[in-house]
Design a protein around this ligand. Sequence first.
Ligand code: PMP
Length: 429
Amino acid sequence: MSHSDQLFARAAEHIPGGVNSPVRAFAGVGGTPRFIRSAQGAWITDEDGQRYIDYVGSWGPMILGHQHPNVIAALQDQLTRGVSFGAPTAGEIEMAELVCELLPAMDSVRMVNSGTEATMTALRLARGITGRDAIVKFAGCYHGHADSLLVNAGSGALTLGVPSSPGVPADLAQHTLTLDYNDSAAVEALFAERGQDIAAIIVEPVAGNMNCVLPQPGFLQTLRKVCDDSGALLIFDEVMTGFRVALGGAQAHFGITPDLTTLGKIIGGGLPVGALGGKRDYMNALAPVGSVYQAGTLSGNPLAMQAGLATLHYLREHQPHAALAATTQRLVEGIAAAAEKTGLNCPAVNVGGMFGVYPGHVSAPTNLDEVKRGDVALYQRFFHAMLDRGVYLAPSAFEAGFVSLAHTDADIDATLAAAAESFMAIQAS
Ligand code: PMP
């Protein structure tokens, strides 16, 4: 029995399912989750001493790689001064100034502790500002686990087959209107009928919670237009895409300005953080200026601010996104080519350092139905074949992968060699 096996059995005694977030349980791929002891650069090491090239990166935050010296130094410095005060700190101002500089759609930002809090607050704010209740989301998009958003959700909810969670009152869920991602005609039709009831559209501008689905040309533009025409707010959930697909996030990459933006992951450099922001007029509807209530004991936590600031400063200074995109493109093209050599199809996509691989699909999906038509069992086999060869991919066919700046050419080469062997092993079995 491996140490991970033993730990998983022990964890299950006092932690539901042995994990503190569902996808970690390997429910999407079967087998025992690896318990991680340490990480360095692009590599993670499990409790059995096995090393893996990491394409999860803590689900996105570790864009600089694990244990980046700037982040560690910033944390060590903060540790000498205290870890939490529940009072304002200069680091929060520095964070707000930097985020507003990098994302021109924002001139005011509120820090929270997770992506879930960010999206939950953004919806409350949009409802408070517009005085409307309905919201629009897209099937397969995941925006955290607030009640209104666990309706046709992606990520672990999708992996576990509970996209609309029990425990969400039907009275609340009825205000969440779900459409297919990339279906501009359906968006227009819904707004023609109910535009005046809708407080907001919330969307992942690149969908990373049903594998990785790109917005088709015109889709995000349509969302912007129907919101402008109806007075609904457009919320870009950039928890995953922010500072990743471009320094200015998906809104810079695609040239669309949302009304509100939610952030998480990279903005905390690996510590628990989320944020929401937008124009001052909107943000001033939040307490203590306005009456839409939101608060947080640990919000703007000094350690999280310093880890996030060190990460964002590095990204602003080095502007590594073109190089990161090139590395990621080499990875996904290499995986697709390795599959083809063995007669398997494996379309693969990337936007910047975020990617999706689809073993067994004919072409890259554009919405959840197409994603679900894939061969999940084949993904599971590919996942385990790669894991056995020291490559740690997302343990679910419904999650995006992430490349960091610490992934070297040699790491990519090793990954592609593992992919070639994995596809051959799958074909042979
Ligand atoms: N929005 C998106 C787009 C996400 O990917 C996630 C988490 N993967 C969330 C919101 C929720 O963030 P958290 O897990 O920090 O609550």
